[in-house]
Design a protein around this ligand. Structure first.
Ligand code: ATP
Length: 189
């Protein structure tokens, strides 16, 4: 199985590039953000809990996130592989993912880090908020999400370098150009 982690700050294009990877390589897509937004839309208990964190630009607690991830992953048994989009976001989540895959005789194949400058992230997210009405894409919440990204999520770059899975992708450029770089990295596996 191909187990790809797509990584980057909010607005780095994880969702957009994931859709293309899914289409080309026939993988299943696990977007933890999409999972949580669906729970909110359906008004579940989990959705109610998640909304408080998301609207405030904070991360959902690790234990909860790890449980959700494992159950979604197990629903994709016997597939060609999975793309993890938005997970892991903390060191504890990365360790849990490694353990979960190991218990299933698998591992992360590659971690693709989409790097985009901060001013560009802000521009993209504000535009997305205006177009889609996503509640957490407003300037105040975006700033909080970027702080959380730098303090809790960015340390995963070194974590994956140490694990030998890290791959840098220049996230600025045309969508086609970025996708071509991603495919080149995946095809080398
Ligand atoms: P994109 O790169 O697609 O623009 P994003 O970072 O803007 O992604 P999502 O991945 O959709 O947005 O996440 C939205 C929110 O959901 C996060 O700000 C966080 O509150 C919550 N969330 C998503 N995944 C996790 C996770 N793995 N751990 C904790 N919270 C999460």
């Amino acid at each position: 199985m191909l187990n790809i982690v797509i990584f980057g700050a909010p607005g780095s294009g994880k969702g957009t590039q994931s859709a293309r990877i899914v289409e080309k390589y026939g993988l299943n897509h696990i977007s933890t953000g999409d999972v949580l937004r669906a729970e909110i839309k359906n008004g579940t208990e989990l959705g109610k809990t998640a909304k408080g964190y998301i609207d405030n630009g904070q991360l959902i607690p690790d234990a909860l996130m790890i449980d959700i991830l494992a159950s979604v992953f197990d629903s994709f048994k016997d597939s060609k592989g999975v793309i993890f989009d938005g997970f892991p976001r903390t060191i504890a989540q990365a360790e849990a993912l490694k353990k979960m895959l190991k218990e299933r005789g698998q591992e992360v194949s590659i971690m693709l880090d989409l790097e985009v400058p901060e001013d560009e992230l802000m521009t993209r997210l504000i535009k997305r908020g205006q177009e889609s009405g996503r509640a957490d894409d407003n300037e105040e919440t975006i700033k909080k999400r970027l702080v959380v990204y730098h303090s809790q999520t960015a340390p995963l770059i070194d974590w994956y370098k140490n694990d030998g899975k890290y791959c840098h992708i220049q996230g600025l450029g045309t969508m086609e150009g970025i996708f071509a770089d991603i495919c080149a990295a995946i095809d080398k596996l």
